[in-house]
Every structure is written in structure tokens, then in C-alpha cells.
Write a protein that binds this ligand. Structure first.
Ligand SMILES: [Fe+2]
Ligand SMILES: [Fe+2]
Length: 280
């Protein structure tokens, strides 16, 4: 099986002519399927697809990693190109998500910036599941991720609004996409709010495959302490990850440290990056 991960939206343009936009969108092509994992924040996924000559009408299904607008804000533009599509996500995707930092007076809405009805009018049909969804025999969503490490916490700036008041967001909606290959698992992360290492261990648990070949996407290491970053790096080494391509919420500081440790097995996964794996 040949696998290709084409990053259509990311904070940084990886090549001249690509559009940078805070967010993430990765086209996962494997097992004869085109799965669009997240849609970026606005128009970049569609613009960069045009730049790459990627025909979005060939997308078979859309998977949303979580509700945040930098992953779901491109949905309208994408659906206008793809036409009617199934969208796989966790039921908590429709929670009212907010962010409020200590220095901010008021919370800001950062959830899906469209109503469900508006997206359904554009042809979206939602498959909302807490459990893993098998898209093919080899492509599966993680479903709800168990937090199994003691060093990957959720920052106390994320909230859900319920009956007019804010409560902490525990990110039940946070999920990743897994492709089983002969070389081991390929895991595509959205923001990894429940923790990159917890996500990888969850993927190992639900597939029964211990070998992890590639991890790509948002690792959410940017707000973490040096101690937390070192623990994550140590865990990646223990797991034996062969390739790590970081994006989005990894941040410069953690990216530099990962590059230092992983050398040639590290890459920056930006807008326009195409990562391929021949696995026969
Ligand atoms: Fe994000
Ligand atoms: Fe997020």
C-alpha cells in the first residue's frame, strides 16, 4: 500500500506559492481512499489544494480532529468544492468551545464557526461516534482518547459553555487518524489536546500494533514546560517512532528540540508538504 499525506493547511508555508494559515488540514491517501483530516481555519486548504492540483471532489470522507475553528473553519469552503460528504467526528464537536487566558477579560468562542444546519445544507452528513470508526480495514479514527500519561495535562484556558456558564474543557472530541501499514502505524494528529503520547498509546491499544512508523501533525507541545517536552521525547524514543513530522501547535521551541534529538527522522510538516510511504 502506498500512503501519501498532503498538508493543505498549516501555520507556515513550506514552499513558495503556498498560503500559510493558522490551522491544520491533511489529505490522507491510502488504501484507495482520500480522507480529508481537518479543514484548516478558512480558505487555505482549498487554495493550496488548487496549487497542488488536488481535486477535492475526489475526497471520500472528512474527519474532524476536534471542534476548534482552526480545524473546522474551512468546512464551508471545502464542502462547496467537494459536494455532499460524510463528516466523521465525536459528538462533543457541537459543544460550545471557548478560550480564556488569565490576562483576558472575556472568553472568546473558538468552536465550529457554523451551525450544523448550515453545513448540512451544504451537503454534510455527520457520523458522530465516541468509539473508533473504521473507514477501511486499515484506516481508523482513534475515537475518544484515554489520558494515560502523568505529564500531558490540558491547559486551564480551554472551556465549554453550558447553560450560560463556563466549565473546563476535557476535550472528549479530540481524536486522531490512524493508518495501519506493513511498517507500523502512521498517526495523524490534529492538536493532540489529550496528549501526543496518550494518543499514540491509545492508537497502539485499539489496533493491537505496537510499531509506530510515523507521527505527523499538531503535537500541542508549544505551551509545555521543558520537563514535559523532554518526557514526551523520551516516550517517543521508547515507542520507537521512525519519522516525526511536526505541525501547527508544536511551536518553535519544541520543534528545535525534536529536530536536535531525531535528526534526519524529523521534518517540519507545513502547508505544501507531501509525505509518502511505500509499504508493500
Ligand atoms: Fe489547533
Ligand atoms: Fe485545538
Amino acid at each position: 500500500m502506498n500512503l501519501a499525506l498532503t498538508t493543505l493547511c498549516e501555520n507556515t508555508a513550506g514552499k513558495p506559492g503556498f498560503m500559510a494559515e493558522w490551522g491544520l488540514s491533511v489529505l490522507v491517501q491510502a488504501d484507495g481512499m482520500n480522507v480529508l483530516f481537518d479543514t484548516g481555519g478558512n480558505v487555505a486548504a482549498v487554495r493550496n489544494a488548487d496549487k497542488l492540483g488536488v481535486d477535492l471532489r475526489a475526497v471520500d470522507t472528512i474527519v474532524l480532529s476536534h471542534a476548534h475553528a482552526d480545524h473546522t473553519g474551512g468546512l464551508r469552503e471545502v464542502l462547496m468544492r467537494t459536494g455532499p460528504k460524510e463528516i466523521i467526528a465525536h459528538p462533543a464537536i457541537w459543544e460550545l468551545k471557548y478560550v480564556k487566558r488569565a490576562y483576558e477579560k472575556k472568553e472568546a468562542f473558538i468552536g465550529v464557526p457554523f451551525t450544523r444546519a448550515a453545513l448540512e445544507q451544504l451537503g454534510a452528513s455527520f457520523t458522530l461516534r465516541k468509539d473508533p470508526v473504521c473507514i477501511t480495514d486499515t484506516i481508523v479514527t482513534t475515537g475518544e482518547i484515554g489520558q494515560t500519561t502523568d505529564f500531558e495535562g490540558i491547559e486551564p484556558i480551554f472551556y465549554v459553555k453550558e447553560d450560560g456558564s463556563l466549565r473546563k474543557d476535557h476535550f472528549p472530541d479530540d481524536l486522531a487518524l490512524i493508518v495501519r501499514t506493513k511498517e507500523g502505524l502512521v498517526i495523524v494528529l490534529g492538536c493532540a489536546h489529550r496528549g501526543m503520547i496518550s494518543t499514540i498509546r491509545h492508537a497502539q491499544m485499539i489496533t493491537g500494533e505496537q510499531r509506530v512508523h510515523t507521527v505527523v501533525g499538531g503535537t500541542h507541545l508549544f505551551p509545555k514546560t521543558d520537563e514535559q517536552i523532554e518526557k514526551a521525547i523520551h516516550a517517543l524514543q521508547e515507542i520507537g517512532v521512525q519519522k516525526i513530522g511536526v505541525s501547527h501547535c508544536t511551536g518553535f521551541h519544541a520543534s528545535v528540540r525534536l529536530a536536535e534529538v531525531f535528526g534526519d527522522t524529523f521534518f517540519q510538516n507545513n502547508a505544501g508538504t507531501v509525505y509518502t510511504l511505500d509499504s508493500v
